[in-house]
Design a protein around this ligand. Structure first.
Ligand code: ADP
Ligand code: MG
Length: 920
């Protein structure tokens, strides 16, 4: 099997060494195809070997693993076999997949008896551990290399089988991403505790982590609002120290018997006039009489290196594992940042950095310790830099790769858009015109457009997107627009339908609620290819086209364009000639959804749109591979809404007055109900309750209700009535957040606004101020039905606050973050920030600071390698440098094919192996 793996790895290595961009250059094509052939047959053979192994497995787990591996390999063989027909970006994806599979397979093969790594950075023989579980064997010295066999990279060896790591522990480690030696090297300490001096209790400083020797005086459980354990200690100098545990079990009391002596480590805080500690660390000490003066046991008097907790695995084991492996193998970790660059930036090498982080010398200066605890010491900066450097290299390369693919050229004349212009009820803004020119330029290129259209809510992105579609359609191809919600898709359809009619294009709407099947008579007509007739009847009867008809018409190329939700990516949806994909509010989609739509065409042009304002530095990261068109101008006649924060119980009354006033002026109002995390049901009941309350409070007005649980017909009906002014007030859940457009609405009331993210509030606010005349947005805080009457919310709130500390961050958990991060005072402050600025960019920055980039931008599903060390806000300086250096490196060596960049090229491929190398 090892040979088979080597046979697979060889062509892959050569393909990587040639540089990924050259995978599709005409002069090397023959060799690439030859290598692809080798890859395919090696993958097939290896797949067969695994299939055989899965037939006679040692365990059920092994059976499953082998079966899965066999399948993956077969799939790889299949994709590689078609290499000749694949565009560059797909070729890269296939090679990356191969690389990943190889690494996976290597991990599970038993280590050969005598091998040495031929990793480019591992010139010296090293000791390596037994990979097969065996009680306490000493590491074996490595003998001479044997060139014919695949190198068993020690860094990829499993942790399972190392001393202390049995199957149970291995599983627990794996749950934290610790599977291989390399993972342990990158599992970095979270804190360094300076315990070199033991301080008498009387001299403890508040706010600083210190160690001191204490005796237990009294232990008791206190039943307050929350049960806690309270222990009175006394230092050897006679000073008292109070300690509390809010999480504890019976074992604590047994251990903390009066008279027992401990080395206590904690950061004391000042409480009234004395010092107090919570959840201190305790190390048992023998009674004073038995201990020689000053001599403290192991673990004290040092810098203690603290690793993140791994559930079910003792801290000591983690420590030993990480530190032991680091001292052995750090040298082998391939350093992908060119040495010359490291020198210029005064950053330490990767092995040095890892070694320093895992084992600090005991004479480390306190200042350095402080930097380390802030995450800003040189070895940490080095890891951060590297992460950002490879991120940027990958983005830049990804961009080049797609730019090299072939795409449909859409040649259009200057007056292609004249019939569209003729029906527009407005004159496009200069920004819209500029964006259209940019898009048109892209569409005329023989390579796929990769463009982000970026503009604040209401800046008119829809028109620009349609103009692009129109250009594509006028040169005879199809376009698709995908929106994140049904409401939005329907609204796009309505807008675009009018424009499409005027320009003679055929357009359909496809969502999850589109009628599934065609009538019998329709089926017959579809089969006869009489699409025009089907469409005519549908329009004449006012019925929407059914899914069956739409699919047939798209496949036949009869429809020019389709608008829809993710229903568009269903397998059954096929296009005749899809040349443009538009994705609205792209951050709402996952990577795979975007990729799936893209694959429906042959390298279609791509336009993604977002209203999430992104600070420039972050745009570089997230969209580093996209061209950006910016709509930096709102259509004329808009006055940004005035925003007011109304705190307290009276806020509701004031909001009601505002509603009356708006309606008296002939305008309409939205009333948005609180966002309730993870609970559609509560969200719904609070909206229903609010609807009833408003109907009672405003008997003279017509109040509608719209929420996510309504069928699309019902929702449509309500929205339509609101649009036609048959309803004056619309109570809504956040379904109206994106894109809904009713220009006559001039008042937006947002209840419990503190539950929303800043960017979300900005989006909601963007629903008003769309027509002429003044508009108003009221952010209610600390009011609402729930909080007043106890009807809906209090239980929910209580639960959330309680669990704040333990809960991982969730995408919509703005409310709990407020409470956790900045206390109850923070909400009004955040709301004031929204009130104070209508500048989406400034808000985005504030939002980032409060919620973190992962939350705001959905980086987690952005298809980028995860950032483990870098913090996109804190490390903006390194990001900028990384960007610059990555571009400079690619300018000198675009394919990273020079020998001195071999490691860089390999590390890059590995880092991105889990990401799609193509634009999603
Ligand atoms: P967004 O960028 O938020 O998607 P839309 O495309 O939905 O914005 O446009 C918002 C509103 O502005 C729509 O009612 C649209 O008809 C209108 N609009 C777009 N462009 C212009 C323009 N140039 N002049 C006047 N109104 C416009
Ligand atoms: Mg929009």
């Amino acid at each position: 099997m090892r040979e088979l793996l080597a046979a697979l790895r060889r062509p892959i290595d050569e393909l990587c060494a040639r540089g990924l961009p050259s995978l599709a250059s005409p002069d090397g094509e023959e060799r690439v195809l030859e290598l692809a052939g080798q890859m395919a047959s090696a993958a097939r053979a290896l797949s067969a070997a695994f299939a055989g192994k899965s037939a006679r497995p040692a365990s059920e787990a092994e059976h499953l693993r082998c079966k899965k591996t066999a399948e993956d390999l077969a799939l790889l063989a299949e994709s590689v076999a078609t290499m000749g027909r694949l565009p560059l970006s797909e070729r890269q994806r296939v090679v990356a997949l191969g690389l990943r599979l190889c690494a996976g397979v290597a991990m599970y093969l038993p280590a050969p008896s005598d091998k040495r790594p031929v990793s480019a950075v591992a010139p010296t023989p090293i000791a390596k551990p037994q990979a097969v579980p065996s009680s306490r064997q000493a590491p074996v010295k490595v003998a001479a290399p044997s060139a014919s066999e695949l190198p068993a990279d020690p860094l990829l060896q499993p942790l399972l089988g190392l001393p202390g790591v049995g199957p149970v522990t291995a599983e627990k480690l794996a749950a934290r991403g610790l599977e291989r030696v390399i993972d342990a090297l990158y599992f970095l300490p979270r804190r360094y505790d300076d315990l070199r001096q033991v301080v008498p209790v009387g001299q403890l400083q508040p706010g600083v982590l210190q160690a001191t020797v204490v005796l237990v005086e009294r232990t008791r459980v206190v039943w307050a609002r929350k049960r806690f354990l309270e222990v009175s200690f006394r230092g050897e100098d006679g000073s008292p120290l109070l300690a509390r545990w809010f999480y504890f079990h019976g074992g604590y009391q047994k251990r903390l018997l009066p008279g027992k002596r401990f080395l206590l480590t904690a950061t004391p805080s000042k409480f009234r006039d004395s010092l107090q500690v919570t959840h201190p660390d305790l190390l048992d000490l023998p009674p004073r009489a038995e201990q020689e003066d000053g001599a403290l046991p192991d673990g004290s008097g040092h810098i203690r290196i603290r690793y993140p907790d791994v559930e079910g695995v003792p801290g000591r084991l983690i420590e030993r594992l990480c530190q032991g492996l680091c001292s052995k193998y750090a040298e082998l970790v391939p350093d992908g940042v060119p040495a010359q660059l490291l020198g210029r930036l005064s950053l330490p090498s990767l092995p040095d950095s890892l070694r320093e982080l895992h084992s600090l010398p005991s004479e480390t200066a306190p200042e350095l310790l402080m930097r380390l605890n802030e995450g800003l010491a040189p070895p940490q900066r080095r890891l951060i830099f590297e992460e950002l450097f490879f991120l940027q290299l990958g983005l830049l390369r990804r961009r080049r790769a797609i730019a090299a693919d072939d795409a449909t050229v859409c040649l259009t004349s200057d007056d292609s858009l004249s019939s569209l212009r003729a029906v527009l009820p407005f004159v496009p803004t200069a920004a819209q015109e500029r964006a259209i020119v940019e898009l048109r330029g892209d569409l005329q290129q023989p390579h796929p457009m990769q463009r982000l259209l970026h503009g604040d809510v209401g800046s008119g992105k829809t028109l620009v997107a349609y103009a692009a579609c129109e250009l594509v359609m006028s040169s005879g191809h199809q376009a698709a627009v995908m929106a994140p919600t049904e409401i939005l898709a329907e609204q796009h359809y309505k807008t675009l339908h009018g424009w499409a009619k005027a320009t003679g294009r055929k357009l359909a709407l496809l969502t999850a609620t589109t009628p599934k099947t065609a009538r019998k008579t329709t089926v017959a007509q579809l089969q006869a290819g009489r699409f025009a007739e089907v469409l005519r009847i549908a329009e004449a009867t006012g019925q929407p086209l059914d899914r069956e008809s739409i699919l047939a018409m798209l496949r036949a190329g009869f429809l020019d364009m389709v608008v829809g939700t993710h229903a568009l990516i269903a397998e059954a949806v096929e296009f005749h000639d899809l040349a443009l994909v538009v994705i609205d509010e792209q951050h709402r989609f996952g990577v795979s959804q975007r990729a799936a739509l893209r694959r429906k065409g042959r390298q279609p042009h791509i336009l993604v749109m977002t209203a999430t304002p992104i600070p420039r530095t972050l745009a570089l990261t997230l969209y580093g591979d996209l061209d950006v068109s910016q709509l930096d101008e709102l259509p004329p006649g808009r006055t940004p809404p005035v925003t007011k924060v109304l705190p307290g119980r009276s806020s509701e009354k004031r909001a009601l007055l505002a509603v009356r006033k708006a309606v008296a002026e002939g305008r309409q109002a939205y009333w948005v109900c609180p966002l309730i995390e993870d609970s559609d049901k509560l969200e719904l009941s609070s909206a229903t309750a609010r609807h009833a309350a408003l109907a009672t409070a405003l008997p003279e007005l017509r109040v509608g209700l719209v929420h996510g649980r309504l069928s699309s017909d019902e929702r449509d009906d309500v929205m339509e009535r609101f649009r036609r002014r048959e309803l004056e007030v619309l109570v809504a859940t956040t379904v109206i957040e994106v894109g809904v457009d009713v220009p006559n609405a001039s008042l937006m009331v947002i209840e419990s606004a503190e539950r929303f993210g800043l960017a979300q509030l900005h989006q909601l606010r963007g629903r008003v101020g769309r027509g002429s005349g003044a508009s108003l947005c009221l952010l209610l805080h600390g009011s609402g039905l729930g909080t007043d009457s106890g009807a809906v919310l209090p239980a929910e709130e209580g639960r959330e606050e309680d669990e704040d500390a333990k809960k991982p961050r969730k995408r919509r958990s703005t409310q709990s973050e407020d409470a956790a991060a900045s206390g109850p005072q923070a909400a009004p402050h955040r709301l004031e920030v929204v009130a104070a600025t209508s500048d989406g960019f400034r808000l985005a920055e504030a939002d980032l600071r409060i919620r973190g980039p992962g939350e705001v931008l959905g980086t987690r599903q952005s298809g980028l390698p995860p950032l483990r060390f870098a913090d996109l806000l804190r490390d903006i300086d390194l990001l900028t440098i990384a960007r610059r250096e990555a571009a400079a490196l690619l300018a000198r060596d675009p394919e990273l094919s020079r020998p001195e960049h071999a490691v860089t090229s390999r590390v890059l491929a590995e880092r991105w192996a889990h990401c799609d190398l193509t634009l999603e």
